[in-house]
Design a protein around this ligand. Structure first.
Ligand code: PGA
Length: 240
């Protein structure tokens, strides 16, 4: 596990964007695993700038980590909508190359199987981007999720629902379930970049990097992966 500590949100975004660009230059048809939330917003903005300056994103395939159950892709808080707004529309990628679990599928279990099969059929994710929850979740794999889990329907932890309530008009509007790529699915990525900024992530980063490897701290599983880079700002690294 390589830990890179940088000054602030902007330098974290810059560092991670450079890692993504290096991956795309090495392999233009890379399969990228993508994250949502506040943390990667700067990375997506910078990747949009790279595209304006001529970087080619057209051969990528992308798979997002998760989607809320019950929100259609045109709902402003759905992750399909977020990705459209913040990334896909900025880098000229054909939407048929972009994959996000369908949170309104009539058969959610079948949707989870379909998603894992689709990832497998591409040969697997080359580079997976991750944020981290204040409870150390990755994707929406909340504490207690078995490390062997594949893509599945999950109940969101109360802390996640309150963390994410800032995006909704009220706490009651936050979905309580999501489809999330599983821990095993994430660990099958060839390389992983986890990013975190802000003091609210300091305990989670400490537990993930230096604590025991346990399902109670989902991100601690990354200690077992052969190619992980953690890019954290000083506030998120303050307890390391
Ligand atoms: P955030 O979420 O980027 O909005 O802090 C991170 C996560 O929950 O994985």
């Amino acid at each position: 596990m390589r830990v890179v500590v940088v000054n602030n949100f902007d330098s974290m975004s810059d560092e991670v964007a450079k890692l993504v660009i290096a991956q795309i230059r090495r392999k233009p048809a890379s399969v990228l695993g993508l994250a949502t939330g506040s943390t990667p917003l700067g990375v997506y903005r910078l990747l949009g700038e790279y595209h304006k300056n001529g970087e080619d994103f057209s051969r990528l395939l992308t798979f997002n980590l998760d989607e809320y159950v019950g929100l259609p892709g045109d709902h402003p808080q759905s992750y399909r909508y977020y990705m459209e707004e913040n990334f896909f529309s900025k880098v000229g990628i054909d939407r048929t190359r972009t994959h996000i679990p369908n949170g309104v599928a009539s058969d959610l279990e079948a949707e989870c199987r379909r998603y894992d099969e689709l990832i497998r059929s591409t040969g697997g994710i080359d580079l997976q981007l991750l944020g981290i929850g204040s409870n150390a979740h990755i994707g929406f794999n909340e504490p207690g999720t078995p490390f062997g889990s594949e893509t599945q329907v999950v109940d969101l932890a109360a802390s996640t629902i309150s963390d994410n309530a800032r995006f909704f008009a009220s706490l009651e509007e936050v979905p309580t379930k999501a489809i999330s790529m599983g821990i095993k699915s994430i660990m099958q990525a060839k390389s992983i970049v986890l990013m975190a900024n802000g003091g609210s992530k300091a305990d989670a980063v400490l537990a993930a990097v230096k604590g025991p490897v346990t399902p109670d701290v989902p991100a601690s599983v990354l200690q077992l992966h052969p190619s992980v880079t953690i890019v954290v700002d000083q506030a998120a690294a303050s307890r390391l």
